[in-house]
Ligand binder design. Structure first.
Ligand code: GCW
Length: 726
């Protein structure tokens, strides 16, 4: 008897423990922000009491997209209720779709409208097209996932501000990802087209849930053979799988493909045989993939072939491809160019090459410009091309993968970087976005679409075109290498959808869906995220320094490197440190790069005494004993920046430790390990950099600075043959 009761008690305790622990069961991160973790407390009671029913009769004709929209909603609502939906009741809230057309002529906008009609509660989900309804489903789940009550869903129209919201994969057909830190490529070219990895559907769901509508599947350092018929068949399988999710496929095209796979003797864009080859290639692709998006091209950059090989301009090269695509698609031409033989400041070269071509590009060409004029560094001023090509369609290129910000170690939430560039005022006029003016805009005050903008932000320049992000996905179970890197994928999509969202709001909504809805925990997680990019910049590239990383793999410090074949590959080219001082003079006394900006913009950076110190050494060369704001010498301040970063990282580790009860153990431990690694790496950056700066300036360490544990030679000797992504 006693024994029996003991067993019952033990069982009861075990069951209670399982129930209590349920929300914190180990998670591997595969579900991304689409976990739909069960609601708790009143939010759960509210949803169960609403017993929502997704109406089956969708707008006619029912498309695969609408089936997905309905199923996502049903599945998500059930998951939020703990796995099973409350049984429908006479007073159930009905969710009714009104989804416009499936002709591809809508703008993906939607309206969620909760209302009560004669005591019957309903949520109308209206959209201009079927993809809009899919986006609406995800939006509704996103709101509920953050704890919003069903009938309190904001009654707002929502729509994508930018038409093109793309991922650029630098994935190679052999599965290796250039600058990929999350395993191998997610694209299984070997088994396509017969076999479609189910992960391709989860990938499409994740993208659609944040509004991403274009995917370039292969590296811009492209292989010509990816344009061959067998690859078109593989790509068609992906295109067919992703189409219902509103995603179009694009290919990176190698400019010399007519020679490599077409048997021609030239790839000269003005050669009729070359034009005909591309025309036939485009026709062949469209015969299989009628909504093929177009070509992304890296030409005459870092050894890639291009029109300049034949004395032709970027515009001539791009326009030839654009003619082959015709109205069916778009050529996206990258402005990331710099040359070994060009002696001008590398950050000035794209502007110098492209501004004279303004107005020469065909209507279906977009020029894709990196956020800054150098190369995805931890911090850069915005690219001066924005605003400087008013007669060209410009698109912003961001790097989601963290090539220069610790790769998949530590944490760097990149939304603040992109928010900074999007909000930067170019000081130059721009035409207004001439698409249909919105009568029910939710994105700010109405404006007259015909009135030009006198001084446009980067967001206003690129809004009529779009944004591309270099993807950070890979075969790792959690997709992105670290759990927090998922936030960068998420934030990229959200900002391309609406560039006026704040990094903080995005961090909070991501954290609530990904980790915990507890408001205080979410606030603390988002605070950690918001500070993270600045911390990385502080210990890798303080005070506006840039490009100090190791050669090849781009991991860790190597400011001493000065012997590479091309001058602008050397860190010493950028920091220019010597006994007297440090920094790159880009004023009129130096390279003159500052003059590529509008005068009002340049003025904020012109004076080393007043400049925001985050840009000091980017634009100025100053003496080691230069006094900066607050009275410290540059040398003292540099040393302090490294030390502050370490303090910040330590505080963050403690903050994360305090969140232990809110995060499942598996992901909590993984993030804690990432943070420990980052602290170690930050110390290494500091020690190696300070040892090097000291070897140059001969100054003693500032008072209070921690001694440097190893010799400069020892730091120089470290090597990382195992570093991924090279
Ligand atoms: O930052 C550099 C990377 C290269 C990359 C290049 C580019 C795809 O180190 O790996 O090549 O940018 O953007 O083309």
């Amino acid at each position: 008897m006693m024994r029996g009761r003991g067993l019952v008690n033990r069982l009861a305790i075990a069951i209670a423990a399982i129930l209590l622990a349920a929300p914190l069961r180990a998670e591997d991160g595969y579900a991304l922000w689409l976990r739909h973790a069960p609601l708790e407390g009143e939010a759960l009671a509210d949803l169960r009491a609403a017993a929502p029913v997704v109406m089956g009769d969708l707008t006619d004709p029912v498309s695969p997209t609408l089936v997905i929209a309905r199923d996502e909603l049903r599945r998500g609502l059930a998951a939020l209720q703990g796995g099973e939906s409350a049984a429908p009741r006479p007073d159930s809230v009905t969710l009714v779709f009104r989804c416009g057309t499936d002709k591809g002529d809508g703008d993906n906008g939607f309206l969620l409208l909760p209302m009560t009609i004669e005591n019957h509660r309903t949520i109308q989900i209206s959209a201009s097209d079927h993809v809009g309804c899919l986006y609406a489903s995800y939006k509704l789940l996103r709101e509920l996932g953050q704890g919003t009550r069903l009938m309190a869903i904001p009654r707002r129209v929502d729509y994508p501000v930018m038409p093109l919201r793309m991922l650029n994969h630098w994935d190679n057909p052999d599965g290796h990802v250039e600058r990929g830190y999350a395993g191998r490529s997610i694209f299984d070219w070997w088994h396509l087209p017969e076999k479609l990895d189910p992960r391709m559907i989860d990938y499409a769901r994740a993208n659609a849930s944040i509004g991403i509508n274009g995917v370039v599947v292969n590296n811009v350092n492209a292989k010509a053979f990816m344009l061959e018929a067998r690859y078109i068949a593989k790509l068609k399988r992906l295109a067919d799988a992703w189409r219902p999710y509103g995603i179009r496929v694009f290919l990176s095209a190698r400019f010399s493909a007519p020679m490599e796979i077409g048997g021609l003797a030239t790839a000269d864009p003005l050669d009729p045989a070359v034009e005909a080859w591309w025309q036939a290639k485009a026709d062949e692709i469209y015969a299989s993939i009628p909504d093929f998006g177009g070509f992304l091209v890296k030409a005459n950059s870092e050894g890639q072939p291009g029109p300049q090989d034949y004395g032709r301009s970027h515009a001539e090269g791009a326009n030839m491809l654009a003619a082959a695509l015709g109205e069916r698609g778009t050529v996206i031409w990258r402005a990331f160019v710099y040359k070994a033989e060009d002696s001008i400041d590398r950050t000035m070269q794209a502007y110098a090459e492209f501004v004279p071509l303004d107005g020469q590009f065909a209507d279906n060409v977009i020029v894709q410009v990196k956020n800054g004029p150098l190369d995805f560094q931890p911090r850069e001023p915005f690219h001066p091309l924005f605003g400087a090509m008013p007669n060209t369609r410009l698109m912003l290129e961001a790097q989601i993968t963290r090539e220069y910000l610790g790769q998949a170690t530590g944490m760097a939430y990149l939304a603040p970087t992109w928010e900074e560039v999007l909000k930067a005022n170019t000081g130059r006029p721009a035409a207004r976005d001439r698409r249909e003016p919105r009568i029910w805009s939710s994105h700010g005050p109405e404006v007259d679409p015909n009135e030009p903008i006198a001084s446009a932000t980067v967001a206003q320049v690129v809004a009529p075109v779009g944004m591309a992000g270099v993807a950070n996905t890979g075969s790792d179970r959690n997709w992105t290498g670290t759990h927090f890197d998922q936030a960068n994928w998420y934030a990229f999509g959200r900002l391309a959808w609406n560039p006026s969202l704040s990094s903080e709001d995005i961090a909070r909504e991501w954290a609530a869906q990904t980790f915990t809805r507890d408001p205080e925990a979410t606030r603390r997680i988002s605070a950690m995220m918001l500070a993270s990019r600045d911390l990385v910049a502080q210990y890798t590239a303080p005070l506006g320094l840039a490009h100090l990383m190791g050669t090849g793999h781009h991991y860790g410090p190597a400011p001493w490197v000065c012997d590479l074949e091309r001058p602008e590959w050397n860190p010493c080219y950028y920091h220019r440190a010597d006994k007297e001082g440090i920094g790159f003079d880009r004023t009129e006394n130096g390279s003159g790069a500052l003059a590529q900006y509008a005068p009002g913009v340049a003025a904020q950076w012109a004076d080393p005494a007043t400049i925001d110190e985050d840009y000091l050494l980017w634009f100025h060369r100053v003496r080691w004993d230069h006094r900066i704001k607050g009275g410290d010498t540059l040398w003292e301040r540099l040393s302090a920046e490294y030390a502050w970063a370490e303090i910040g990282l330590q505080a963050r580790m403690q903050g994360w430790e305090a969140l232990r009860g809110h995060i499942d153990p598996e992901r909590h431990a993984a993030v804690a390990a990432d943070m420990a690694r980052e602290l170690k790496d930050a110390r290494w950056w500091r020690d190696a950099s300070m040892a090097y700066w000291q070897s140059i300036n001969g100054l003693p360490l500032p008072a209070g600075a921690r001694p440097i544990p190893e010799s400069l030679e020892a730091y120089k000797a470290r090597s990382f043959p195992e570093a991924p992504g090279q």
